[in-house]
Every structure is written in C-alpha cells, then in structure tokens.
Design a protein around this ligand. Structure first.
Ligand SMILES: Nc1ncnc2c1ncn2[C@@H]1O[C@H](COP(=O)(O)OP(=O)(O)OP(=O)(O)O)[C@@H](O)[C@H]1O
Length: 407
C-alpha cells in the first residue's frame, strides 16, 4: 500500500516536471518551424525570377516546394526536441536536488522511552564494550531513566573520504535507517534510535541480558548451561521466522540479512531469538564477513550473487550447530573423514544411515524427540547444499520446522 502510494507520488512529480517540457516542445517546434519557413521563403524570393518560369502565385513562394516545407518541419522538430530534453534534464536535476534527504543533526528517536538529551549524555560517557568487529563496536550503556541499551557504532567511511562523498553516503544511510526502523517483528531487534556523528552513526537497540546465541553456546560448551531440544527447536523456528519476514513479508521492499551467525542472534529470557544487524550490508557497502564459516560458498570470493538462499545456508549452519552441539571451527571438521565441514559431515552421516551419530548426546532421551531431531538433520543438510537452488526457502522452512512435532 505504502509502496503504491510512493510510486503514484513520484509519478505525479515526474508528470509535473514533464508538463513544461511539453509546452516548451510545442513552442520550440512552432518557433523553429516559423523561422525555417521565413528563411526558406527569403531564399526563394531572393532568387532572380527566371524568364522561362512564371512567378509563383503565392507571396511567400514556399508553397510550391513540399520538400522544403518537410525539411523545415523536421529541422523545427529536431531542435525543439533537443531543447525540450535539455530543459527536462535541468528540471529533473533541480527537483532531485530539492527532494534530497536533509542530513539530520540531532538523535532520531523511534521509542517513547528514550529522550534525545538523555541519549546524547549516555553516548558521551565511557561505555562497556559488548562486541567488536571491523564493521563496528557494540557498547552497553544505561540512560538516566534506568533503561539499558545496546549501541552499535558504525564508521562506514574512512576519515580520508571527501566531504561531498561522506554527505551522500550519510543521506543513503539515513534513508535505509528510516526503513529499518519501520520494521516490526517478534524475531527482529527493533531499531530504537540513531544518532549521526562526525565519523559515522550510532544505532540504538534494546539491551538483551541473555546475550547472543554465541554467548549461550559458549556457556553450554563450558558446561555452565544445559540446553534441551525444545529450546533449540524454538531458537531455530524463531530465526527462520525472522528470515521469512525479511524475505517475504516486510514492506516497502524485501531485505536479506547478509551476515547471519550466532553473534547476530540475540536471545531473550525465554530463549526466543531476535535477529540483529540485519540489512547492515546496505549501510556498509564494504561489509566485512571475515572468514566466517557461516558465509555461503557462492560468496567466498565475490558476493554479488547473494540471494535469500545465501541467508538459508547461514541458517543451515546455525541449525547444524544446534543439532550437533559442535563448534564448526572444531579441528574435527578439517579432517577428510568428517566431510571437511559441518555440512559435509551431516550429508555423509545421513547417506550412510547414521544420522543419529550427528546428534548432541546431551539432548538424547525421549524417542519421539529423537525422530524430530533426525528430520531436522535432513533439513539442515538441505540448507547446507552447495547449490543455492537446492536449499529450501525460509517460507518452506517455517512450515517444515513448525510441523516437526507431527512426525
Ligand atoms: N542488543 C544486544 N544486547 C546484548 N548484547 C549484545 C547486543 N547486541 C550485541 N551484543 C553483543 O555483541 C556481540 C556481537 O558483537 P558484534 O556485532 O560487534 O560482533 P560480530 O557479530 O562478530 O560482528 P559483525 O556483526 O559486525 O560481523 C554479541 O555476541 C553480544 O555478546
């Protein structure tokens, strides 16, 4: 609906811009035609009258020569068209310049719980570092009203970038941030505010005390936390529902995550997952994925062919980790006998009819649950297919995973 209105508004603007073009075209056509006719008639009348040829009955003389009339019309039309196109380009540039997004100075707030002044005070304080990557740093900070927030500091352009380029990048980022802030889904972290800074942007999210799936998995691997199948399945379903929203439902345009991995899946107190850092690829044209094992094979060298199925590969890795309880960076996966990767190992065991060997022993117990886990291994192996077309879509995955209980 929003998209249709937006298209209609821009179409109306274009037509308004084209109205003077049409008038100029007609005026120019008329003016040039008259001029050409004038010149031709002068030319004709300046010729000495031939004794053998009777003088034309018309005073102007051009009526007798249809070729010249056509030539004058064509010349008039061509110059009229060139002038009109030039004028349209000028009008278009002026309209675009007037319509460009203004660069906002203060914080832009999307939550009633955050006041601009308190946010600015909190950001100026020394804050606790939560995470860091070449793409930016996450800080935890507490506002004067007691609200704890997580702030991602992005520096999308180097200090050496020219000021004009910085301004245009800032405008693009603001437009993207407005879009991201409009998204609402139970399984997505909502953007609560953003602040423009001299060298980048600060993005404000709710602070999630349980931390990310990566934090929780570390606690499981250090035997600080027990993690049953029911909770793992809830996390998998929530992650894929978040993806389904990005890939199929969100408006005015669909989004891809581009960087799905356990550090970008936050877990609330009930282990309900919420995807973080989605859509940042558009804010960070040089998004650094490092050498993440969650990166799909089609993106190892060049990520120009990134699609929703690329996000599905990353999801397959998360599902594989939840099922096996193994860290994909484990040297075990480097050995040829284990298939060379988590996906290779799952495929190998499944083909050999030994899929049960892949499951995390700490989850095994109830027989009914084990059948669900074995079905989930097949789903994870499909998501980890090397060919994107062989991977299921997020829409199909929501149905597959939510129906596991009926197997
Ligand atoms: N909203 C939040 N609440 C609590 N902790 C958070 C929040 N957002 C991020 N974190 C913490 O920050 C960590 C992630 O930091 P960061 O995003 O810098 O790392 P990364 O995911 O490896 O980087 P990138 O996403 O740029 O590739 C999470 O594992 C978590 O511990």
């Amino acid at each position: 609906m929003f998209r249709k209105r937006h298209i209609a508004a821009s179409l109306a603007r274009e037509l308004l811009a084209l109205q003077p073009l049409f008038i100029i075209f007609l005026f120019s056509l008329h003016h040039n035609t008259v001029q050409c006719q004038g010149r031709l008639s002068k030319h004709v009348s300046s010729e000495p009258p031939s004794p053998s040829r009777p003088s034309p009955p018309s005073s102007s003389g051009y009526k007798d020569d249809p070729k010249k009339i056509i030539l004058s019309l064509v010349l008039g039309a061509v110059t009229g068209l060139v002038c009109s196109v030039f004028f349209a380009l000028v009008v278009r540039c002026v309209v675009q310049y007037l319509n460009r997004t203004p660069i906002l100075k203060g914080p832009v707030i999307f939550s009633p719980k955050i006041a601009p002044k308190t946010l600015q005070l909190a950001l100026a304080k020394e804050n606790h570092l939560l995470g860091s990557s070449p793409n930016g740093k996450y800080y935890k900070t507490v506002l004067d009203n007691g609200l704890t927030i997580a702030v991602k500091r992005l520096t999308p352009f180097g200090s050496s970038s020219p000021e004009a380029k910085k301004k245009s990048v800032k405008r693009q980022i603001q437009t993207e941030l407005e879009l991201l802030a409009s998204l609402r889904h139970r399984n997505l972290m909502s953007l609560r505010a953003y602040v423009r800074e001299p060298d980048g942007f600060s993005l404000v999210y709710d602070y999630v005390s349980t931390g990310s799936l990566a934090d929780v998995l570390n606690r499981v691997w250090e035997n600080e936390l027990a993690f049953g199948w029911e909770v793992r399945l809830r996390i998998a379903v929530g992650v894929v529902k978040g993806l389904q929203y990005l890939h199929f439902t969100c408006a005015p345009q669909i989004l891809l995550h581009y960087n799905l991995k356990p550090t970008n899946v936050m877990l609330d107190g009930d282990f309900e997952p919420r995807l973080a850092d989605y859509g940042l690829a558009k804010l960070l044209p040089n998004l650094d994925r490092g050498t993440s094992l969650y990166t799909p094979p089609e993106c190892f060298h060049n990520c120009s062919r990134y699609t929703d199925k690329s996000d599905i590969f990353s999801f397959g890795m998360i599902l594989g980790v939840l099922l096996t309880g193994k860290d994909p960076t484990d040297p075990f996966f480097g050995e040829a006998a284990s298939g060379g990767s988590l996906g290779g190992w799952l495929r190998h065991l499944q083909q050999a009819g030994d899929a049960r060997d892949a499951l995390d022993k700490s989850m095994l117990g109830e027989e009914g649950e084990e059948d669900e886990m074995l079905m989930a291994v097949r789903i994870a192996a499909a998501c980890l297919s090397d060919m994107p077309a062989d991977r299921p879509s997020s829409d199909e995955l929501v149905h597959m995973l939510t129906q596991l209980h009926s197997f």
